[in-house]
Design a protein around this ligand. Sequence first.
Ligand code: SF4
Ligand code: SF4
Length: 239
Amino acid sequence: MTVPYLPDQVSRIEAGESFFFLCHKDVSCFTECCRELELALTPYDVLRLRWATGLTSDELHQRYIIEENHPARCFPEFYLSMVDDGRASCVFVTPHGCSVYQNRPGACRTYPLGRGVTRHGGTLTEQFILLREPHCRGFDEKCLQTVQSFTASQGLEPYNRFNDMLTGITQHERIGADLRLSAEQYRLYKLALFNLDSFRRLILEDQLEYPLEVPDRIVQDDELLLGFGMRFVKALLLT
Ligand code: SF4
Ligand code: SF4
């Protein structure tokens, strides 16, 4: 992946490169980064927010998620709602911090880093940026980090793993060749990746046709179900 232009506050950073940063509840900017956001949600983010809230997939979408469907884009997009409080605050921010902290989205965990992945065939290439926004005082803390140590400390492994799986669909060469989904493919993409409760129910009721073997444990295991959903969508769209 090449980054042809980077805004002033953004710089490239290598995986082993170090930087000073620490976020904690005593920083003067605590929760400032939880406002005025366009927080795009991945399938794994939605899974974890379902865990955090205890809501069904449908309830979660109705209460907290905005769906956008652009005619020119191949896939739907999902964003976390913001509150109309004059500061466009995240629905989950409180005076004490993030109310879904253990299951917060990957973008919240990654900040102030950014991770981009490019897929060529079966090979993934990662690149990272560091975003130094003036309001973020975490850079004043004398805590030395590297991309690797920060990624591990933020519990990003499953988020990155599922996001990398998703690139097998969104960056597939047929998608780049102006593939457009049928209405039924579009519906099933949303169902299998962003509405696990309905996807599971249709599987259990034997209402879906799929060319793949269904793992027995998907009844109890959401991560296994999402992995199956990714393979299902890939088979549906790209074979
Ligand atoms: S989910 Fe949590 S960490 Fe992310 S923007 Fe909302 S309050 Fe902040
Ligand atoms: S702005 Fe930076 S230091 Fe402040 S709470 Fe957000 S991530 Fe932490």
